[in-house]
Design a protein around this ligand. Structure first.
Ligand SMILES: C[S@@+](CC[C@H](N)C(=O)[O-])C[C@H]1O[C@@H](n2cnc3c(N)ncnc32)[C@H](O)[C@@H]1O
Length: 262
């Protein structure tokens, strides 16, 4: 079953991610490790991590994600990642099978029950002393300029969508360390970094295109669930267009990071 709150328009954005999303985790990895990337999406991060450790397996519940990840693997270098369709709450691997486990943008919009099951499974397949890396959003750290009403509204619409049954889902980043500790891991490092959507005119234009695609995709669902009005969707689209016309506009999205040991 698909993650019902997953925004499929995000897929194009995920495909642009690579090693930069896991930079914080790299100092904890060494060649020869077996690594599991849980909720791997299109597999770009898994492929980048495979180049470091040698053996990386990506799992995802979405068969379309696994299909595109396998296409990517077919063109990868010698450290070819491998992809398996699986539910993170019932992983098809033996106990202690991995030296490293990674979650990127997966845990923050899970229910408490699913989060507990996923972390229990991650802990089961990680060997004693093995290392876990997590990186997730925290809307409290985002930097936006100019703060146009329409863009603020767009950010609020996404928040309404992702938080409609968990009011704090998008502030998950700051709690990663305590969540991991509560689920039996020992946090050893914490930090944060930014996804840059405004490095130059090209990335600003991409940010506007991604925002438009996301709002147009989510719009009917937001309206259907009475989380937004059609006028609000229009105002949010107009806001991003105006933001994109400002050559000095910035949008840096905060990602919190944590490394823990079993
Ligand atoms: C926001 S995407 C992140 C993808 C990738 N980690 C990245 O950052 O590019 C979240 C991913 O988690 C996957 N997912 C959601 N629930 C899952 C579950 N129960 N088991 C495995 N994967 C799951 C979704 O299919 C989706 O590909």
């Amino acid at each position: 079953m698909r993650d019902i709150r997953h925004d499929s328009a995000i897929t194009a954005f995920q495909q642009k991610r690579g090693r930069d999303a896991a930079t914080f985790f790299v100092p904890f990895l060494i060649p020869g490790m077996r690594l599991l990337d849980i909720g791997c999406g299109p597999g770009t991060i898994t492929a980048a991590l495979a180049e470091i450790v040698g053996t990386a397996i990506g799992v995802d519940i979405d068969p379309d994600a696994i299909a595109s990840a396998r296409q990517l693997a077919a063109h990868a270098g010698p450290a070819r990642p491998c992809f398996v369709e699986a539910d993170m709450t019932a992983l098809p691997f033996d106990d202690d099978a991995f030296d490293a486990v990674f979650f990127h943008a997966v845990l923050y919009h899970q229910s408490q029950a699913k989060l507990a099951n996923a972390l229990a499974e991650a802990r089961r397949v990680l060997r004693p002393g093995g290392v876990l890396g997590t990186r997730d959003a925290d809307v409290g750290g985002n930097i936006l300029h100019p703060e146009l009403d329409g863009v603020r509204l767009a950010l609020d619409l996404w928040q309404r969508w992702y938080e409609h049954d968990d009011r704090e889902a998008l502030r998950f980043g700051r709690w990663q360390s305590s969540v991991l500790r509560a689920h039996g891991f020992t946090p050893v490092w914490a930090g944060a970094s930014y996804v840059n959507h405004s490095a130059d005119a090209v990335s600003r234009a991409e940010a506007v295109a991604d925002a438009r695609q996301s709002l147009l995709g989510l719009g009917p669902q937001l309206v259907g669930k009475a989380l937004a009005t059609p006028d609000e969707i229009e105002a949010a689209l107009a806001g991003w267009d105006a933001w994109g016309r400002d050559p000095d506009a910035v949008y840096f999205r905060c990602r919190c990071e944590c490394v823990a040991r079993k």
